[in-house]
Design a protein around this ligand. Structure first.
Ligand code: SF4
Length: 584
């Protein structure tokens, strides 16, 4: 039956532009695994970038592996070892290293199952020299690696541009060495800054179940905390899609990262803290990377936490448009929208744009430090509508700290207000747009000022969602989509949990239980990690990572949130030392 799988891979390869096929002779063999399906993985810019970056080393051959399509899963479960790489269609046991790129906590169980499908023991302690090393990297893991710690031999903490060269250098030195697996890992954790080897760290818990500490084992010589690596973007080419294919969410669009991080300091947003300080690629490098002559397509998706904050965004857009590109943006700040940016979208034929008020009321937007007034939101919508962009997607969250019934009412009111502004600005036009609300459950994330808060709870979130649905359900031209609070609960468990949470992952990923069964089977109540407000001094499992942000700064930001006070933007150019990342 493996021929069916191979046929599928062949079809994928035929539909791709940019596939990297390398000879295996004498090279380090790396299987870059994405714990979700091909279409999801190929839409992930981080995964694409690492595939390209690893293959740029002459000494490396890197091939992709994905979580199987539903049609293949049953067959692979019957024949462990059948999970293959896409390029050469070899089993994962033929590789030196299986490296997972992990962007979302809810993919953790897929990762564990992929190991099983590859006939690699899921628990790191059960692997031997007959197995490849198994690593993980990606934003979910450098937010909190602990729930996956028992399954990974080592974890890349930080950004690939700065980590990979040191890692490959270390590996090359090993080539003729005969040291064992455990010693390789210990030396790696010692010599490569940003490599976390969980088996050399031991969590210690207090009698009430809270964490006392995570310490390196006596005498192992590994650091107390693992420093997260940050890249100097001025010395690295921009991340961009390496392999174009129509089989993705973005359908042959070249994604181009124009900057990393965001200086706005929204208190719910992990990317706004762990990628500090905000950095941008220069105009020249971006134009070079996106030029149709280099990219093979004229459809460019500009990617960053806040695309419109790039200091040269107007120039970048006009230059790309002059070269015949059609543009889309991953995110737009309502207060940074101006006529030139909207014209760029209009000329590119965009008919829909997303903006993110996140909260309905100005009070709650102050709590989350969104720094966005109602007037700015309405103004943005009018600019868009005047240019004929009448379909507006609005992102909101429910379950935010301090949220009240009035804040929910404000979501309904602002949605109706936006609808009115769109209708008014488009009066006389035959076509009416649609306002689509995407309402998501707030999940408190590590390394944000809200890391101390509790998740709102599935029942409460469902009630709030129903109320909003009822209030807006009959308003013409407004649609409302909600996420599923039960999955937000799982996400909260996996992003806030410690190593003991691996129990649930094993039950779901290996034993095939569903989440409800796994939670019921456990003597540990998952509410302990998800629903509990933390004390100021409580230790967090993710603090085994040091990404430069001071805990004191996060706590002060949390207090300012509770006092409904906004904080200024992050401005590295002003010798700022507020959060600790740019020095004391
Ligand atoms: S020290 Fe200041 S400029 Fe640097 S990342 Fe922190 S807030 Fe931003």
């Amino acid at each position: 039956m493996l021929w069916k799988l191979k046929q599928r891979y062949q079809k994928w390869l035929e539909g791709e532009k940019g596939t990297i096929l390398k000879d295996w002779g004498g090279k380090i063999r790396i299987a870059l695994a994405f714990p979700n399906r091909y279409g999801v993985g190929m839409s992930n810019l981080g995964f694409q970038f690492v595939y390209d970056a690893l293959n740029r080393f002459e000494t490396v051959v890197c091939e992709r592996v994905f979580y199987p399509e539903p049609e293949d899963l049953a067959m692979l479960r019957q024949s462990p070892g059948g999970l293959l790489s896409v390029e050469s269609q070899r089993p994962l046991l033929d590789f030196d290293l299986v490296a997972f790129s992990v962007a979302y906590e809810n993919d953790y169980t897929n990762l564990i199952e992929m190991l099983q499908l590859a006939a690699i023991p899921a628990r790191a302690r059960d692997r031997t020299s007959a197995h490849p090393l198994v690593a993980g990297g990606g934003v979910a893991l450098f937010l909190n690696p602990e729930p996956l710690a028992p399954f990974l031999d080592f974890i890349f903490i930080g950004e690939a541009e700065s980590l990979l060269p040191d890692f490959i250098d270390f590996w090359k030195q090993l080539e003729h060495s005969s040291i064992g697996r455990s010693e390789i890992l210990r030396k790696m954790g010692q010599s490569v800054e940003g490599i976390y080897v969980p088996s050399f760290y031991e969590p210690v818990f207090n009698s009430d179940g809270t964490l006392d500490s995570i310490r390196p084992l006596d005498g192992c010589g590994l650091p107390e905390r693992v420093a997260s690596r940050k890249a100097d973007l001025s010395r690295s080419p921009p991340c961009r899609t390496a392999v174009l294919t129509a089989n993705t969410e973005f359908n042959d669009v070249l994604l181009l990262e124009i900057g990393r991080g965001c200086g706005r300091g929204c208190r719910f947003c992990a990317a706004g803290f762990i990628y500090r300080p905000v950095r941008y690629h220069g105009l020249h490098e971006l134009l070079q990377a996106a030029g149709p002559e280099n990219s093979g397509t004229k459809r460019i998706g500009l990617v960053s936490a806040a695309v419109s904050d790039h200091p040269e965004i107007v120039h970048l857009c006009s230059s790309l448009l002059e070269r015949g590109a059609s543009l889309s943006f991953s995110s737009l700040r309502a207060d940074a929208l101006n006529a030139q940016i909207v014209s760029a979208l209009e000329s590119s034929g965009r008919q829909a744009v997303a903006i993110a008020p996140e909260a309905g009321s100005e009070r709650l937007r102050r709590v989350i430090n969104k720094n966005l007034s109602e007037d700015q939101i309405y103004n943005a919508v009018e600019i868009l509508a005047q240019k004929g962009i009448l379909n507006i997607k609005l992102y909101f969250m429910i379950g935010l700290p301090t949220e009240t019934g009035e804040d929910l009412e404000a979501i309904v009111e602002i949605a109706k207000g936006i609808r009115h502004h769109v209708l008014y600005a488009s009066r006389g036009k035959t076509r009416l747009g649609t306002i689509t609300l995407s309402v998501n459950s707030f999940v408190p994330k590590p390394f944000t000022p809200f890391q101390w808060t509790a998740f709102a709870g599935v029942g409460e979130l469902k009630t709030k969602a129903k109320w909003i649905q009822k209030a807006l359900g009959k308003v013409p031209n407004i649609r409302v989509h909600f996420d599923m609070p039960k999955w937000a609960y799982v996400q909260a468990l996996l992003s806030r949990g410690d190593r003991r949470v691996s129990y649930f992952l094993e039950k779901v990923g290996l034993d095939g239980l569903n989440w409800r069964q796994a939670m019921r089977s456990s003597p540990l109540n998952p509410d302990f990690w998800v629903m509990r407000e933390r004390e100021r001094e409580e230790k967090f499992p993710w603090e085994v990572i040091d990404n430069g942000i001071e805990r004191k700064f996060l706590w002060e930001e949390y207090q300012r949130a509770l006092e409904e006070k906004e904080s200024p933007e992050c401005r590295p150019e002003l010798n700022c030392a507020r959060c600790g990342v740019c020095g004391p």
